[in-house]
Ligand binder design. Structure first.
Ligand code: ADP
Length: 316
C-alpha cells in the first residue's frame, strides 16, 4: 500500500511468536493512528519487548504482519525502518565513540543526508551540548539515556517507540523527557510507549493497550479504561479492625482489596453504594468513614490481568 494520510502509523495484524512452548505474542492485532501517544502496558513477560522487536524487524514473526504508515516492515523493510525510531530499555552503546561521533554515525546508518539543524536541535533540547566531546562510556546514566533518545530521533522518525524510557531515571530527567516527548508529538511524531509506571501512562497516553501472556486483554481510551470496572471505588474505613475476612466478603467479586481497617469495593450504577452499605451493616460491620474515588490504572490493570482481589493481609 502506498503512503497516504490515512494509513495507520502502526498496524499490527494477527502477529504471533512462540519461543518453544511459550506463546510470547499470541494473535495480536492493533492499530495506532498518526499523532497518537499510545501506551502498551503489561506485566513482565507479557510480550511487549517481543512485540517491539517484531515491529523493528529484529525478531521475525511466525504469524501475521506489521506495517508502518502503510509500509510492510518486511517487504518494504528499508522504508519502514526509516520511519521508526526506537529507544530500547537496556543501555547499549558504542562506548569508545564520543557523543558527537556517535550521533553522526547514526545519521549515516539510515542512509539519510545529515541535517545539521535537526542535529543541533536534538543536542540542545536534550542538554547534550556540554558532553559532545566525551566518550560515551564517560557519560552518567542519565546522560546515556539522553543520548539514546537523540539516537532514536536522529533520522526524524514519524513513529517513536520508547521501551520503558524512564526505568531507573531520576525525576528531573523523567520530567524533561516527557516534556520533550509531548513537544515532538505536538510536531506530529506518533509515540508508542511501554512503561511500568502506570501513572505515566495515565498522564501521557490517549489510548492504552494492556497485554498479558502474549494476548491483548484491553485496548481502550484511558477514560474508558478507568471507568471500565464499575467506575467508582468505595473505600470503607471500619470502626473495629478485622482479624479475618468474613466468608461472605471473601467470595465477593466486587471487593478489590482489604486490610484490617479498610475495605475497597468497586461500585457501579445507582443504588450500588446504598446496597453495599446495607449488606455491610447486615454482616455486623461498623463503619467509621467512607470515601469514593475513581480507580487508577494500577487497579484496572490488576483486574484485567487476573491478579485482582489482592488481599495484602492474606500474604505471608
Ligand atoms: P515483556 O517485554 O512484556 O516483559 P517479553 O516479550 O520479553 O515480555 O517476553 C514474553 C515471553 O517470551 C516471556 O515468557 C519470555 O520469557 C519469553 N521470551 C522472550 N524472548 C525469548 C527468547 N529469546 N527465548 C525464549 N523465550 C523468550
Amino acid at each position: 500500500m502506498p503512503f497516504t494520510m490515512t494509513a495507520a502509523a502502526l498496524k499490527i495484524d494477527h502477529l504471533g511468536k512462540r519461543f518453544g512452548a511459550t506463546a510470547a505474542v499470541d494473535d495480536l492485532s492493533l492499530e495506532i493512528a498518526p499523532g497518537e501517544i499510545f501506551g502498551l502496558l503489561g506485566p513482565n513477560g507479557a510480550g511487549k519487548s517481543t512485540t517491539i522487536n517484531m515491529i523493528t524487524g529484529v525478531t521475525r514473526p511466525q504469524t501475521g504482519s506489521v506495517s508502518v504508515f502503510g509500509y510492510d516492515n518486511r517487504r518494504q523493510a528499508l522504508i519502514a525502518r526509516r520511519l521508526v525510531g526506537v529507544m530500547h530499555q537496556e543501555i547499549v552503546i558504542d562506548h569508545f565513540f564520543t557523543v558527537r561521533q556517535a550521533i553522526r554515525i547514526h545519521v549515516g546508518y539510515y542512509g539519510l543526508p545529515d541535517d545539521p539543524g535537526w542535529r543541533a536541535t536534538l543536542i540542545e533540547r536534550l542538554g547534550l551540548g556540554p558532553h559532545l566531546a566525551k566518550p560515551l562510556r564517560e557519560l552518567s546514566g542519565g546522560m546515556k539515556r539522553r543520548f539514546m533518545i537523540a539516537k532514536a530521533m536522529i533520522h526524524k522518525p514519524r513513529l517513536l517507540i520508547l521501551d520503558e524510557p524512564t526505568a531507573g531515571v531520576d525525576i528531573e530527567l523523567r520530567r524533561s523527557l516527557w516534556e520533550f516527548v509531548r513537544e515532538i508529538n505536538g510536531q506530529g511524531t506518533t509515540v508508542l510507549l511501554t512503561t511500568h509506571y502506570l501513572e505515566e501512562a495515565e498522564k501521557m497516553c490517549g489510548r492504552i493497550a494492556i497485554m498479558n501472556r502474549g494476548r491483548l486483554v484491553a485496548l481502550e481510551g484511558k477514560e474508558t479504561l478507568l471507568n471500565r470496572l464499575g467506575g467508582r471505588r468505595l473505600i470503607v474505613t471500619l470502626a473495629q479492625p478485622l482479624a479475618t475476612l468474613p466468608a461472605a466478603l471473601a467470595e465477593d467479586r466486587s471487593l478489590l482489596s482489604w486490610d484490617p481497617d479498610h475495605l475497597t469495593f468497586a461500585v457501579a450504577g445507582p443504588g450500588a453504594v446504598g446496597e453495599r452499605l446495607r449488606r455491610l451493616a447486615l454482616g455486623g460491620l461498623h463503619i467509621a468513614d467512607l470515601d469514593m474515588r475513581k480507580p487508577d490504572l494500577e487497579e484496572v490493570f490488576l483486574q484485567l490481568t487476573g491478579n485482582g482481589n489482592h488481599h495484602p493481609a492474606a500474604e505471608p
